[in-house]
Write a protein that binds this ligand. Structure first.
Ligand code: TF8
Length: 335
């Protein structure tokens, strides 16, 4: 009762200020799925998004945050969005490449040297253009969040040189660039959905995986992995997407609420992720993992080898997207 009253009072107040019209917001339920556990950077940001949307619509639009891949893996949720069975999700851009090849640009090894470059390029005109490639496929991209720089973990040996990846059975995302990259480096790369990863590591179906520090902690990979090698081999974005079918039923005011909340939660998420990442390595060591840095010379050798996958990425995304991303990185680097 009291909550109802508060919500009504808030709506009345907004109406009085002329900020919104009653007919702008319909009662709606948004099922917002994600793959990581609730206690993760991803979960915290989805809940922040939910609060923003409820506040901005006077409680009319309710966002139900559903984590742990309870609605399915990234690719399953994408299909639910396209079909209109689910309204929203956040997940890896890498798992979208099968639908929208342009997304493969973000899988370019060593594309960004730091988060400043990533933010500038993702939030700039090329980032928008790549995001827009989702619309004809049935999804609307709202904002890029930070998954982060990826690092290697495995149970076989510390990766101190390129050759150490030989015969390591490494889980990769369901994405051809990652598959090709790790095959090129000599690993036995196996694509698997994230939702099956912990069990695959636990049962030793695979020896290793690669993900940012934050995920190694939130998904408790330290329980089933011995070695972590700081390689920063690629920066992974997450992307917040909406079912196009559902999006087309929204009023302009409702769309604006979602768009604004996507930007606010993006800024919150990046800050939260970066704060957590700075403390993560100490925590990972405290949990008992053996950590080593990939020597710069060896990172250079990997980079050299991976140059051969770049031609394939340029072909997949189109030369003009490749060129504009390279130009945007150069520009961000010069600043
Ligand atoms: C991966 C990604 C995952 C995301 C997440 C489930 O390794 O890095 O973190 O897809 O949304 O699959």
């Amino acid at each position: 009762m009291r909550i109802k009253f508060a919500v009504t009072a808030l709506t009345a107040m907004l109406l009085a200020t002329g900020a919104v019209q009653a007919q702008d917001f319909k009662p709606r339920l948004v099922r917002f799925g994600y793959g990581l556990v609730e206690d993760s950077n991803q979960g915290r940001a989805v809940r922040m998004f939910a609060k923003e949307v409820e506040k901005a619509t006077g409680g009319k639009m309710k966002v139900r945050a559903i984590g742990n891949a309870a609605l399915g893996s990234d690719t399953q949720m994408q299909q639910a969005l396209i079909g209109g069975a689910q309204e929203m999700m956040v997940g890896s851009t890498a798992t979208l490449v099968g639908l929208s090849p342009e997304m493969a640009i973000w899988d370019t090894p060593f594309l960004f040297a730091n988060t400043k470059e990533a933010d500038a390029v993702l939030d700039g005109p090329v980032g928008d253009k790549v995001k827009a490639s989702l619309e004809p496929k049935g999804m609307v991209g709202l904002s890029y969040w930070e998954n982060g720089f990826r690092n290697l973990t495995n149970n076989k040996r510390p990766i101190t040189k390129l050759e150490d990846l030989q015969d390591v059975k490494l889980r990769v995302m369901q994405n051809n660039v990652f598959l090709d990259s790790f095959k090129t480096l000599g690993a036995n790369a196996v694509p698997l959905p994230f939702s099956e990863l912990f069990t695959a590591l636990e049962t030793k179906a695979v020896d290793g995986q690669e993900n940012p520090f934050n995920t190694v902690i939130s998904s408790k990979f330290y329980e089933v992995q011995k070695y972590l090698t700081v390689s920063n081999h690629v920066y992974s974005p997450w992307i917040v997407t909406v079912s196009k079918k559902w999006w087309d039923t929204l009023s302009p005011a409702e769309k604006k609420v979602l768009q604004d909340a996507a930007i606010k939660s993006r800024d919150f998420e990046r800050k939260d992720t970066r704060e957590e990442a700075t403390k993560a390595l100490a925590e990972i060591k405290a949990k008992g993992m053996q950590v080593n840095e990939l020597p710069a010379a060896e990172a250079g050798r990997m980079r050299e080898k991976l140059n051969t996958v770049n031609a394939g990425i340029a072909k997949t995304v189109g030369q003009s997207t490749w060129d504009s991303v390279q130009a945007a990185v150069k520009q961000a680097r010069a600043k």
